[in-house]
Design a protein around this ligand. Structure first.
Ligand SMILES: Cc1cc2nc3c(=O)[nH]c(=O)nc-3n(C[C@H](O)[C@H](O)[C@H](O)COP(=O)(O)OP(=O)(O)OC[C@H]3O[C@@H](n4cnc5c(N)ncnc54)[C@H](O)[C@@H]3O)c2cc1C
Length: 326
């Protein structure tokens, strides 16, 4: 491992300036993803700026009834917080579906959103990977592709995004607030992560040195019954093959509003806009739910080894929406 400098940030502006000044600098949150990457030789930063001492770990109610989650709130604290459990249970459940208790105690909101793909080729420096080494090729295409994307992939990269929480946040219209070298900005979670296109090395739209300071969940009354369901190879300690976050508002047997996002299927949390459009104003029944899921998944382009994800996603969507139907 290459030696690196370590700094403990005392204020957000200083942290941003320190990372922005050096192309080889990185923010350090709980370290549960970044330190693994150091050990695997995926990255060799010259400077780590530890941001965990910044006062960005609060979780609070907003005047509009929404909730703000600090970028440094630990995943365990967020999952256990009454505001999340009561108003946005899909977020709490998504967090509890991820990693382990010890990891959640260390992992932060921002680090969770910015964790990198678990694609085995990305994590193996002995293989070609356009995300790790742009231009080297994608070993997953024509290789072991069972866990890879079925939606929005490119000929350069078929990796999936691993965060469970990001899927729930994408479904519930969450917004990320940042402090960067060019100032402050707010980015909907649905726009934070990128599809791979020709630049799979870029996971997000963030610029170098841009610090996530908080995540805001807007008020959404029917999110109190939101849910998250994750299908994986083991009951715990495994990433999603397919996951679904959903919230449903039904009145008189008709869908008034709906929010759905999918995980494990794309390079970013996949907000199911087509599905939502197909359901608004329609009867809330299994037939419509299946038709809406098909509308979303008609864009799927599975690889030879992961065609099973299409019916799996369809079935999980229908089951979850039926469970949410009064
Ligand atoms: C064995 C294992 C199983 C796991 N299973 C799951 C799972 O099932 N589901 C799941 O969702 N996750 C899972 N994880 C991943 C885990 O959730 C992440 O490692 C964790 O959330 C990352 O948070 P962190 O604070 O430790 O990030 P770090 O490792 O500190 O950082 C991750 C990235 O975020 C950047 N960063 C950190 N903070 C900021 C900030 N404030 N602003 C800008 N950039 C920042 C860092 O520079 C780095 O690039 C698992 C991890 C392990 C090791």
């Amino acid at each position: 491992m290459r030696p690196f400098d370590y700094q403990r940030a005392t204020d957000a502006a200083g942290a941003v300036a320190a990372v922005a000044a050096r192309p080889d600098a990185r923010f350090l949150g709980g370290g549960t993803n970044l330190v693994d990457h150091l050990k695997l030789g995926l990255i060799e930063p010259g400077l780590l700026v530890d941001v965990t001492g910044l006062p960005l770990d609060g979780i609070s109610e907003r005047p509009d009834g929404g909730v703000t989650i600090g970028a440094l709130a630990r995943n365990s604290d967020t999952a256990a917080h009454p505001l999340l459990r009561e108003r946005y249970p899909a977020v709490a459940r998504a967090l509890l579906a991820g990693a382990s208790g010890q990891l959640r105690n260390a992992a932060t909101t921002a680090g969770n959103l910015l964790q990198r793909t678990r694609c085995g080729y990305f994590q193996d420096v002995g293989t070609a990977c356009n995300k790790r080494d742009p231009g080297s090729g994608c070993s997953a295409i024509g290789g072991l592709d069972r866990d890879m994307a079925i939606l929005g992939a490119s000929s350069r990269c078929v990796a999936t995004h691993p965060s469970d929480m990001a899927v729930a946040l994408a479904a519930l219209d969450a917004v990320v607030h940042t402090h960067g070298p060019s100032g402050r900005r707010s980015i909907p979670v649905t726009d934070l992560h990128r599809l791979p296109g020709d630049e799979p090395q870029r996971d997000t739209v963030l610029e170098h040195g841009e610090l996530i300071t908080s995540v805001e969940l807007p008020p959404l009354p029917f999110a109190t019954a939101s849910r998250y369901r994750k299908v994986r190879d083991r009951a715990s300690y495994a990433f999603a093959l397919v996951s679904v976050a959903a919230a449903l508002d039904v009145a008189g047997g008709t869908v008034r509003e709906v929010r759905v996002a999918l995980g494990g299927v794309a390079h970013k949390p996949w907000r199911a806009y087509r599905l939502e459009e197909a359901l608004r104003g329609r009867p809330a029944d299994a037939e419509r739910f299946a038709a809406a899921a098909d509308a979303e998944l008609s864009a799927a382009q599975p690889l030879p080894g992961n065609g099973f994800k299409v019916p799996l996603a369809r079935n999980v969507i229908v089951r979850l929406l039926l469970d949410l139907t009064p």
